[in-house]
Design a protein around this ligand. Structure first.
Ligand SMILES: [Zn+2]
Length: 338
């Protein structure tokens, strides 16, 4: 027979064992079901420390891109840490930090994921939508394209009240020679450089100053990461230079603020009308206008269609070889319809 003391001790021990068992089950459940637990994530808030020297990265009332990038990066870090991820920020203050050191941080720490946080600028104040860049070719960098799809969905959901197009494009669309430094340097790790919105849009600039909007953006990143890491990560293949389409020269940052660049949508729409004609002069003019639109705004929601139509026109004009190259450009640099 058990004494009351013994009985109480036994109950206590049993209760304790159950508590430990529950804890054990919970933690192994957490490891299996919390996709971010233990993952190394490098967050790179773009730019930094350039307020005195750079007037381009500034909204209509003076809000600066590097400040927004940093605020979102810091919020994202704490959201990810709550979910058990190991997070590294390339910069946690408004200071300059070399591009090569940013990607090196991802490589040295064997990151599972790398995101470079940016916000965009353009001459047309009405423009506002997200653009996500992956490095290189879509057929080789499947993991980053897959992550881009998750991020596109979540940025549209958390940051935009109305339906918005999202551009998912290769970084070679804007840096035609080598792509973006931070993505090139971290190639092999799933990663993107994302421009969540345009601070040159006055209403968006004012939203970007609010913590709630910054937090919504951070939530979009965190949700995208969680969804991406829940499934097996697609393989990233080594880059094969021979598969790259010929370089397509585009306007660079400051040039994209010019009056010619502001015609990107008009050029596209005029080209679409001309394309319906049968005569060669109209087709050639349509081709030139599609080219100009893609050159002015190579990552716009219509840029993919510009290149698709360039390919179709080249076929009509009997330039088959060039048409094939354009079709490759669409497939590898513009894999997703915005
Ligand atoms: Zn930027």
């Amino acid at each position: 027979m058990l004494s009351s003391d013994n009985l109480q001790r036994m109950i206590r021990t049993t209760a304790l064992s159950f508590a430990f068992l529950q804890l054990f089950i919970l933690s192994s459940y957490a490891q299996k079901t919390l996709p971010l637990a233990g993952k190394v994530i490098v967050i790179d808030p773009g730019h930094g420390g350039s307020a005195a020297t750079d007037s381009y990265r500034q909204g209509p009332t003076g809000e600066r891109e590097e400040w927004i990038d940093l605020r979102v990066g810091i919020l994202l870090k704490s959201l990810l840490e709550e979910k058990g991820a190991k997070v590294l920020l390339t910069r946690s203050e408004d200071v300059t930090f070399p591009l090569a050191a940013r990607s090196k941080m991802a490589v040295d720490n064997k990151a599972d994921l790398f995101v470079s946080i940016h916000h965009n600028a353009t001459a047309d104040p009405a423009v506002n939508f997200p653009i996500i860049y992956y490095h290189g070719l879509a057929s080789e960098n499947a993991a980053s394209v897959e992550f881009s799809r998750h991020l596109a969905k979540n940025l549209a959901k958390y940051m935009y009240k109305k339906k918005t197009p999202v551009s998912i494009v290769s970084d070679f669309t804007i840096f035609s020679a080598q792509g973006a430094s931070v993505l090139r340097g971290s190639y092999g790790i799933p990663g993107v450089l994302a421009e969540a919105s345009f601070f040159t849009n006055p209403a968006e600039e004012s939203r970007l100053k609010e913590k709630e909007h910054n937090l919504n953006e951070a939530i979009a990143y965190a949700q995208a990461m969680e969804a991406f890491l829940t499934k097996p990560v697609p393989q990233i293949l080594p880059k094969s230079q021979s598969k790259f389409p010929p370089q397509f020269q585009t306007l660079q940052e400051a040039e994209r603020m010019s009056p010619v660049a502001r015609r990107w949508m008009q050029d596209y729409q005029e080209a679409k009308v001309l394309m319906k004609n049968k005569d060669e002069a109209s087709l050639q003019r349509a081709y030139d206008l599609f080219s100009q639109s893609a050159k002015s705004f190579p990552d716009s929601p219509v840029a993919r269609d510009c290149h698709k139509n360039r390919a179709a026109l080249l076929r009509k004009l009997g330039k088959t070889e060039q048409a094939i190259q354009e079709e490759t450009r669409v497939r590898e640099f513009y894999p997703v319809k915005p």
